[in-house]
Design a protein around this ligand. Structure first.
Ligand SMILES: Nc1ncnc2c1ncn2[C@@H]1O[C@H](COP(=O)(O)OP(=O)(O)OP(=O)(O)O)[C@@H](O)[C@H]1O
Length: 629
């Protein structure tokens, strides 16, 4: 018997075609909405009971999802508070629109289902994305409540009549429409539940599963097993981020990590986030082993709102450089259902962002202070991340400068302050600038590194993918400090001292020497210069100017504008001829053919020492030298 017919109170002609049309991109979230409603209803009952407003047994609170393929229905049931017919009218019929007119205006720019659902409180109505008809069978927890039934076929017409439920709670039955039959497949439902409901705070059952349990002992005294059918509970109602850190052991964190990322290597360490003012946020963030491939690691943080999975695109909530972390963040204060641009401007989001950044810095600082050795061992993994953070987040840099390590070619680690103290005596130039020498490849720059070491200079290893940027950043941050790659110039020019000795060559000899080398090298990209270097240094050294090389590297990494311009310039090198080397006097005294031969040989040796002699030049060099023996 139909008790009441009515019209859902929105002023638009028919809202459902609009919902269907605009929400089609992620239909599956209807299940998240309905299961969350069922969980809410269960929790409300629990709360009422704990406050003494519900005297009866709450029983085992559980949400059940079931599919009936023959009837083409999907049912979400709970034994929560239920609804009276009046409540249905109030909560379901009066769709929580701020106004249908506003909706009509806004939906035009809405980009995804979340946006519409969140902004207009359409949670329940998302069912109509997949159902041609929805039925509610419900019985309120209140004494003397009558069961109620509500049906609606997706038009704005609904019916309320007497229901058939005999137990407290609600069934929401979806008559799946013909385009959405995928939602009648168990595997599909299973994977949606796994995605959104895995950590809901109330048990969610989907079908049954077989389990093997102990069944006494056989004649020989061996344990017997039997197979029993049990409810298939798809969620862990008590994930670790909801627990107090004091109650958890390392193993719990590692187990949870394995649960989230089954095939990943163990994380390095983790941070338990827990804050309730000025915003609410819990979570556990793990530091993965990064190595050098940080691109593939993004999108590993999962965002929850009261244990309901929302998204793993946390770009706007987590600082950029922290996107490399793994783990979960749960906050009811993040406006999850609104648009990107809104998120970016939201003040809670900004606070959360800087809170996380601060927490991470504190954790790193604590690790560094507590266990320097352990920290150094992990540096190859966390270094990339800390440097990335230091570059992209000013506040993080301010903290990180105390636990940011510089590693030298002997694999020793120093903080910036320690390093300054270490190198300042030898590596301060005549203008009072401290010069940090570095290499990206100690093997390749072996001759340069060795020459530097001989002079009591230290060389840093800068070989991670972001070091080009990091070097630039350090230089900007550190007062009177220059970063120079060991092959950026001859050593005496890299760190110019007041007392550099002068060579004895006359103007004339220098011009002649230069001409000889230019002719022998015969390459306009190689700019010959006569330098006064220690007699024991190489006769010829080939260098590329620091600044030019850096611009080129940046352009390779995709810098636009001027970077692109530098990138397109040909490689220009400086060929430093050591005027103090003993072969120079020999060369000046020789005849023209010999001069060219000596110059060519000295130049090729320099190329060889620096790993730059290749192809036909290398072959010619080897052949020439074979002839000599
Ligand atoms: N299974 C249920 N048991 C009891 N009440 C329910 C149930 N499902 C929905 N309701 C009632 O209907 C209301 C409207 O649900 P709906 O999902 O549309 O919006 P909401 O849950 O309030 O907000 P949201 O848009 O965040 O989902 C709920 O607030 C609740 O009062």
């Amino acid at each position: 018997m139909i008790q009441e017919k009515g019209t859902i109170s929105i002023n638009t002609e028919n809202i459902f075609p609009i919902i269907k049309k605009f929400l089609y991109s992620d239909h599956e979230i209807f299940l998240r909405e309905l299961v969350s409603n069922a969980v809410d209803a269960s929790q409300k009952l629990k709360r009422l009971a704990s406050l003494g407003h519900y005297a009866k047994e709450t029983g085992d609170l559980k949400v059940k999802v079931s599919v009936d393929a023959a009837a083409k229905t999907l049912t979400i049931s709970d034994n929560g508070i239920g609804m009276t017919a009046d409540e249905i009218k109030k909560y379901i019929n009066q769709v929580a629109f701020s106004g249908a007119t506003e909706f009509m205006e806004k939906f035009k720019e809405a980009k995804d289902a979340n946006e519409i659902i969140g902004r207009f409180g359409l949670g329940f109505y998302s069912a109509f994305m997949v159902a041609e008809k929805v039925e509610i069978q419900t019985l309120s927890y209140q004494d003397g409540a009558a069961p109620a039934k509500w049906t609606c076929d997706g038009s704005t017409e609904f019916e309320i009549s007497e229901g058939s439920r005999t137990e407290r709670g609600t069934d929401v039955i979806l008559y799946i429409n013909s385009e959405s039959e995928e939602f009648l497949e168990e595997s599909r439902i299973s994977s949606i539940l796994d995605k959104y409901a895995k950590f809901l705070p109330v048990s969610v059952q989907f079908g049954t599963k077989e389990e093997s349990v102990e069944d006494g002992v056989d004649e020989e005294g061996k344990t017997k097993y039997k197979t029993v059918t049990v409810d298939n509970i798809i969620n862990n109602t008590n994930p670790i981020w909801t627990k107090a850190p004091g109650d958890l052991k390392d193993e719990d964190y590692l187990d949870f990590y394995r649960e989230l990322y089954p095939f990943s290597e163990e994380p390095l360490f983790w941070i338990h986030l827990n804050v309730d003012y000025p915003f609410n946020l819990t979570g556990v963030l793990y530091f993965p082993k990064l190595k050098n491939d940080f691109e593939v690691q993004k999108n590993k943080i999962k965002l929850f709102s009261r244990q309901v999975f929302i998204t793993d695109e946390v770009k706007d909530i987590v600082p950029e450089f922290l996107l490399l972390l793994h783990g979960v963040i749960d906050s009811p204060d993040i406006p999850l259902n609104v648009s990107r641009s809104f998120l970016q401007a939201d003040s809670n989001v900004k606070k959360i962002n800087s809170y996380i950044s601060r927490k991470v810095a504190d954790k790193l600082s604590e690790l560094f202070k507590k266990d320097r050795k352990g920290y150094e061992e992990k540096w190859s993994d966390i270094g990339l991340f800390v440097k990335y953070g230091a570059i992209s987040d000013e506040k993080f840099y301010d903290k990180a400068k105390d636990f940011l390590l510089l590693t030298n070619t002997n694999n020793e680690h120093y903080t910036i302050e320690e390093y300054n103290a270490k190198v300042k005596d030898f590596q301060t130039d005549k203008d009072g600038n401290l010069v940090y020498l570095y290499t990206a490849d100690a093997e390749h720059h072996h001759s340069f590194v060795q020459a530097a070491t001989k002079k009591n200079y230290d060389v840093l290893l800068m070989n991670s993918p972001i070091d080009t940027h990091f070097i630039q950043h350090l230089e900007m941050k550190l007062n009177k400090t220059r970063m120079k790659r060991v092959d950026a110039d001859v050593l005496d020019k890299l760190i110019e001292k007041a007392d550099t000795e002068k060579h004895q060559l006359t103007e004339d000899e220098q011009t002649k020497l230069k001409a000889v080398f230019e002719k022998a090298i015969n390459n306009p990209a190689m700019k010959v210069e006569i330098e006064s270097l220690p007699a024991e240094a190489m006769p010829v050294t080939i260098t590329m100017e620091e600044w030019m090389r850096r611009m080129k590297e940046m352009s390779k990494m995709g810098g636009g504008g001027m970077m692109g311009f530098y990138g397109s310039m040909p490689d220009n090198y400086k060929v430093a001829v050591n005027a103090n080397h003993k072969i120079i006097s020999k060369l000046l005294a020789a005849d023209e053919a010999q001069q060219t031969a000596i110059a060519k040989q000295a130049f090729d040796l320099a190329l060889l020492a620096q790993g730059m002699l290749k192809g036909a030049d290398l072959t010619a060099f080897v052949e020439r030298n074979v002839e000599v023996i």
